[in-house]
Design a protein around this ligand. Structure first.
Ligand code: FAD
Length: 515
């Protein structure tokens, strides 16, 4: 990628700042239309919010309740396109809404039927009403006291960081140049005050990269205002950051294949308990915060809230000691006069400042493709680039595989799974597990370094594999072996290896709960 960057002497058609779902989505869209695109990410791809979501490709049942039919329909269509273009990473999941009041069955039954109908030809499965016994058959750990029955509906589930890595590969295949660990530190302007390029710092070498573009796209999520203020110190802030956390437990808290959806928690939000990679993922919260940070930390009250709400519904109630991992993410919500962030729209917004800097923010993971289409349409017009139609409706995501499930533990790699198999065939020791509690093998680390731009121990354990998000202690125990493999691949000396391990331990301490 650095060689590709250096070989490009002309100004880029577009520079995208930010390597989350939004930025990488824009890079795919722009490159596949034939524009020359550079994407710069200050940390690793997905280090921001895009690896910290609930991992649902969904229309958002909650937005239906808020009456936002347009948003729900658009997201349901995008959910369908995601399944079509990345079937190795997206699958349908049955959600059960348990009912404890007489009015809940007709109310949620009808609402969820409408949710199914709004998906039209992109439907995932039929909503149906469940008896008390059927509800318990789906959710054996559900509290029975006062339980009347439930409603079952379908939505999509995916592995967010894995999809993002495959999206980055797709963008690269389409001709985009993507650099991680390249922080944009400055925006450059022409004599009329229009943004015409960026200065970035290669965080590995400290070298400054100066590069020009017809248009710069700010896709920095919760950090959007920082870049906007750099371009125009008088710009008024547009982001109202809000934190959401998840707790991860072993699978005994949610035996079976169905997820639970609690439509109304005491803070007015939706709570999900979801089976994910052989574990149980529970979340989330909505806590307004003042400043966005790259490694947000779950607050004690958020952890208590999730534990107590889960305990109201599950007979085997989780405690702090059961938490295998906790992670926090920041929603890049767009400001309004409303005071609660839970009520803010999840629609995306495109803002063009007087300096010509185009910012795209808000929206959801699920709608990244549609957001990118909208963004590139506007960016091309603003930059007076030749008009070219969007082609991502049917563009397959890297790794596309229609029956990946049969590939076993490496199913999320889709068509790359066979390449990982070849590494193991050549050296059987690479098939060894890195930890007895998690399914990851050594070959995956080599693959991540050689083909997926993993540069740090954290990249390998948090976003190429999901070890840190599933079991923080296990990830810490795996780290020395991972560092040894990476040191060999990347030629690290022993000081670099020690530093890498120390950096990982520091980050990982935020994911392990101390009782
Ligand atoms: C708790 C929670 C649960 C969610 N669950 C879901 C869900 O289930 N389904 C769904 O559809 N959506 C969900 N979302 C929403 C979704 O995750 C976000 O909308 C999406 O990930 C935002 O992506 P992004 O690319 O805009 O931001 P980010 O992923 O944060 O990416 C921005 C990137 O910009 C980089 N950056 C910042 N400054 C610079 C700079 N100066 N130079 C270079 N790079 C820079 C950052 O490092 C970061 O990687 C959830 C969000 C949260 C918080």
């Amino acid at each position: 990628m650095l060689r590709r960057f250096e070989a490009h002497i002309q100004p880029w058609d577009m520079i995208v700042v930010g390597g989350g779902a939004t930025g990488v989505g824009v890079a795919i869209d722009a490159a596949s239309r034939g524009y020359a695109v550079l994407l710069l990410e200050q940390s690793d791809f997905g280090k921001g919010t895009s690896s910290r979501s609930t991992k649902l490709a969904h229309g958002g049942v909650r937005y239906l309740e808020q009456g936002n039919i347009g948003l729900v329909m658009e997201a349901l269509k995008e959910r369908g396109l995601l399944l079509q273009n990345a079937p190795h990473l997206v699958h349908d999941l049955e959600f059960v809404v348990p009912h404890y009041d007489w009015w809940e069955t007709p109310f949620y039954g009808l609402g969820l039927k409408l949710y199914q109908l709004l998906a039209g030809k992109y439907g995932f499965g039929a909503t149906r009403i469940l008896s008390r016994e059927e509800t318990l058959a789906h959710l054996p750990n559900l509290k029975t006291e006062g339980l009347r029955g439930g409603a079952a509906y379908y939505d999509g589930q995916f592995d967010d960081a894995r999809l993002l890595i495959h999206m980055a590969a797709t963008a690269a295949e389409q001709g985009a140049t993507l650099l991680n660990y390249a922080e944009v530190t400055e925006l450059t302007k022409d004599s009329q005050g229009f943004v015409n390029g960026v200065v970035a710092r290669d965080l590995e070498t400290g070298v400054q990269l100066h590069t020009a573009a017809r248009i710069v796209i700010n896709a920095t999520g919760a950090f959007s205002d920082r870049l906007r203020l750099q371009a125009e110190p008088s710009a008024s802030p547009m982001i109202a950051p809000s934190q959401g956390i998840h707790l991860v437990f072993d699978s005994s808290f949610l035996p079976g294949e169905s997820a639970v959806m609690v439509p109304h928690t005491s803070d007015g939000r939706v709570l999900f308990a979801i089976p994910w990679h052989g574990h149980t993922l529970v979340g989330t919260t909505d806590t307004p915060i003042t400043t966005a940070t790259l490694e947000p930390i779950a607050l004690a009250q958020e952890i208590d809230f999730i534990l107590s709400t889960a305990g109201q519904y599950l007979t085997k109630a989780p405690t702090r000691d059961d938490v295998l991992s906790v992670f926090a993410g920041i929603r890049p919500l767009v400001r309004s006069r409303t005071t609660t962030t839970a009520a803010l729209s999840r629609d995306h917004v495109i803002q063009i400042d007087r300096s010509g800097l185009l910012t795209i923010c808000g929206g959801k993971w699920t709608t990244y493709r549609h957001m990118a289409e909208d963004c590139v349409d506007q960016a091309a017009t603003l930059a007076q680039l030749p008009e070219r139609p969007c082609v991502t409706h049917h563009l397959r995501i890297h790794g596309f595989h229609e029956s990946a499930k049969q590939l076993g533990p490496t199913a999320v790699y889709g068509s790359d799974a066979s390449e990982i198999g070849k590494l193991i065939a050549a050296d059987a020791s690479l098939g060894g597990l890195l930890h007895p509690s998690l399914p990851y093998v050594k070959a995956e680390i080599l693959w991540a370094v050689r083909h997926e731009m993993a540069r740090t121990v954290e990249d390998a354990l948090a976003r190429r594999t999901r070890a840190l998000f599933l079991n923080a202690r296990a990830a810490l125990e795996m780290a020395p072996a991972v560092a040894a493999l990476m040191a060999q691949e990347l030629g690290w000396d022993s000081a670099t290896r020690t530093k890498q391990l120390a950096m990982f331990c520091e980050v990982a301490s935020n994911y392990a709960l101390h009782s």
